[in-house]
Write a protein that binds this ligand. Structure first.
Ligand SMILES: Nc1ncnc2c1ncn2[C@@H]1O[C@H](COP(=O)(O)OP(=O)(O)OP(=O)(O)O)[C@@H](O)[C@H]1O
Ligand SMILES: [Mg+2]
Length: 154
């Protein structure tokens, strides 16, 4: 089941949606956040972090690509944006050793399309788009696993 056209009017709506989504998540999940600059990927990751009750603020890291937030369910929040400029971004991703934490944590990756799918046999893709009126439209696209069934509980 693909869910399309979820409309999020404000950044608080996006964070609240992330908290709802977190209820479906469990350790070893991989979630890819896609969408243009300023779409609201980090805002959604903040909501997910809140829903998972992780410690520390989920932010756009300036110097680190990935950060582990400990909590009830740990969250690895990665932002691969700057890896796009590297000659071999996939190698850079592998250097992060995301696999080391992936089993015990929910891993949420911004700008990870084409870079991190190999980390898991199954993942949830969340596409965020920004409309002219500044609201956001979200599509949820399951890739294998039991994501379809889980999305029905959203
Ligand atoms: N409905 C909305 N959902 C999310 N963000 C919104 C919304 N409306 C306005 N905003 C604003 O848009 C910005 C989204 O920023 P955010 O850092 O979450 O985007 P991003 O997709 O992570 O960007 P980047 O590609 O730079 O990482 C914030 O300034 C937020 O306040
Ligand atoms: Mg961001």
């Amino acid at each position: 089941m693909i869910i399309t056209g979820i409309r999020l009017a404000t950044v608080d709506d996006t964070r609240a949606f992330g908290r709802r989504l977190a209820a479906l998540l469990r350790p070893s999940d991989l979630v890819l956040l896609t969408g243009p600059l300023g779409a609201g990927k980090t805002a959604l990751a903040q909501g997910i972090g809140a829903g998972l009750k992780v410690r520390g603020d989920v932010t756009s890291p300036t110097f680190v690509i990935a950060r582990l937030h400990r909590g009830e369910v740990p969250l690895v929040h990665a932002d691969a944006y700057r890896l796009g400029a590297k000659p071999d971004p996939r190698a850079e991703i592998d250097d992060l050793d995301l696999d080391a934490t992936a089993e015990d944590a929910v891993t949420v990756v911004e700008w990870g399309e084409g870079l991190v799918e190999h980390l898991s046999e199954t993942y949830l893709q969340i596409r965020i788009d920004r409309l002219d009126d500044d609201t956001r439209i979200v599509d949820l696209v399951p890739h294998a696993g039991d994501w379809s069934a889980r999305l029905e509980r959203l």
